[in-house]
Design a protein around this ligand. Structure first.
Ligand code: GDP
Ligand code: GDP
Length: 457
């Protein structure tokens, strides 16, 4: 068994009654980060997923969110549901209570769920600024969740210590901030050849679209080199296989287990697992069901792929059993709704009948090659100049942005840095124009493309 290559970031969930300060704490933990990992209302109602960071160590924060009291079942049932979800998804749960209101019956219910779960749980007593900590937390000891942490989400008191304790012992994944937060500086960037990268593939989509069927079709034909059972909860399950000359590492999203010869998904759909697999992959196959309407969930997953900049192939599965008219209509429909993914190749498959798998994997390889393409400075600059000549950037005030040269600043997705002066005001529509030019010139089908501007005086 090979050593695990992919580790997921630890997940910390925030639970508690409405108004105790969960979203305030969430914002404090994630605000140092410009980009939210994903904000997916509708996927699971009002849950927020963000990324926090302690030094070089990122973690995912889940705010179980502001739910409306449900008339029929009552707030208690809804809270219990949220808490269970958090327990399922998280490596550690922070249970937030309100030091000003004091201990309530609902707090006791949540505490009971947490104690029974065996999941690492921390108790935070919020809003204690200006109070005597020992008296604020005194009554919360009875919840049996260890020493309560006195915090103020609004002011930040006690928050660092709380999160350090939550993450302690979880085995963090070191990621230097620069690697993710900023485009690599030009001097540091060394273009690598696509072949140097093992293709890390994630197949994502909502339940029942045919992901496991595809995985089995894929692995059935090919030699499975290694299958890693996770060592810890955050080792991703990886399946290494070969196809042709190529080695692939499949990163599991659904908790695949081997049952005899086939793989079977044992877990229900998990947002977190999907996000983590997308982050760990360099190419993502988004699987859709041709027999059903495109859903919010599909669109949200697609949006997240876009945000992370991963290369993407869209597979419209279950293409069997449809007549010509239906096929035309469905194709048009998906094309229209997925226009924001126009950089991606969309193709049709029938995982069940093993149709379309060759073309799918070809598109995956092509997307990977595009994501790791090497773009030379002279060629980029020539294309930039041709583009500017044909359509100059619009003036901003009395200044016209001047674009002098372009070079590549990163891969997966390719980042093109345009140098010149007065570039602060370049409009997004002009950026899209340039993107289209570069995309065509360098045949970058299958990968998002980022353009940044650097002005010198
Ligand atoms: P949620 O419903 O649990 O997400 O709670 P919110 O984060 O929306 O906070 C509910 C209310 O409590 C808001 O009015 C916040 O401004 C307030 N609040 C949150 N944290 C603190 C705190 O540390 N101290 C005080 N005094 N108020 C807080
Ligand atoms: P997952 O939840 O995304 O892993 O979906 P599964 O692979 O478990 O498939 C869900 C159901 O769809 C199963 O009953 C499959 O047999 C069926 N299915 C998968 N692929 C196809 C396909 O290409 N055509 C048809 N007609 N059914 C399919």
């Amino acid at each position: 068994m090979s050593e695990s290559e992919v580790r997921f970031k630890p997940v910390v969930a925030l639970v508690g009654r409405p108004n105790v300060g969960k979203s305030t704490l969430f914002n404090r933990l994630t605000r140092s980060r410009a980009a939210l990992v994903a904000d997916m209302p509708g996927l699971t109602r009002d849950r927020h997923y963000g990324e926090g960071r302690v030094g070089a160590f990122p973690y995912i924060v889940v705010d179980t969110g502001g739910f409306e009291p449900v008339a029929k079942e009552g707030i208690l049932a809804e809270m219990a549901r949220q808490t269970r979800l958090a327990i399922d998804e998280a490596d550690a749960v922070i249970f937030i209570t309100d030091g000003r209101t004091g201990l309530t019956a609902h707090d006791r219910e949540i505490a009971t769920l947490l104690r029974r779960s065996g999941r690492k749980a921390l108790l935070a007593v919020n809003k204690v600024e200006g109070m005597r900590y020992d008296s604020a937390i005194a009554e919360f000891h009875e919840l049996g969740l260890g020493e309560p942490h006195a915090i103020s989400s609004a002011h930040g008191d006690g928050v660092v210590e709380l999160i350090d304790t939550a993450l302690a012992g979880l085995g963090l994944v070191e990621t230097p901030p620069d690697e993710e937060d900023e485009a690599q500086e030009e001097t540091e960037f060394v273009a690598q050849d696509a072949r140097e990268h093992r293709l890390r593939l994630a197949i994502v989509g909502r339940p029942n679209v045919g992901k496991s069927t595809l995985v089995n079709a894929l692995l059935g034909e090919q030699r499975v080199i290694a299958f890693d059972q996770p060592g810890t909860t955050r080792d991703a399950i990886e399946i290494e296989f070969e196809r042709g000359e190529r080695k692939y590492l499949l990163i599991d999203t659904a908790g695949l287990r081997r049952r005899g010869k086939v793989f079977e998904a044992i877990e229900k759909f998990s947002v977190i697992k999907t996000l983590q697999a997308i982050e760990a992959a360099n190419v993502v196959v988004l699987m859709l069901d041709a027999h059903s309407e495109i859903s919010d969930q599909d669109a949200h997953i697609a949006g997240f792929v876009l945000e992370t900049g991963r290369a993407l192939v869209v597979a419209l599965n279950k293409w069997d059993g449809l007549d010509e008219d239906q096929r035309d209509r469905i194709k048009r429909e998906f094309d229209r709704k997925l226009r924001f993914l126009s950089f991606a190749t969309m193709l049709t498959t029938s995982a069940l009948h093993r149709r379309g798998i060759g073309p799918l994997m070809k598109a995956v390889d092509a997307a990977h090659a595009a994501a790791f393409a090497k773009l030379s400075t002279p060629k980029l600059t020539r294309e930039l100049q041709a583009a500017v000549e044909q359509q100059p950037p619009p003036r901003k005030g009395i200044f016209r942005p001047k674009m002098r040269y372009a070079h590549q600043g990163g891969q997966n997705p390719p980042l093109i840095i345009v140098h010149g002066s007065g570039l602060d005001g370049v409009s997004s529509s002009y950026s899209r124009y340039l993107e289209g030019r570069f995309r065509t010139a360098f045949k970058l089908q299958g990968t998002p493309l980022r353009i940044e501007y650097r002005s010198s005086r």
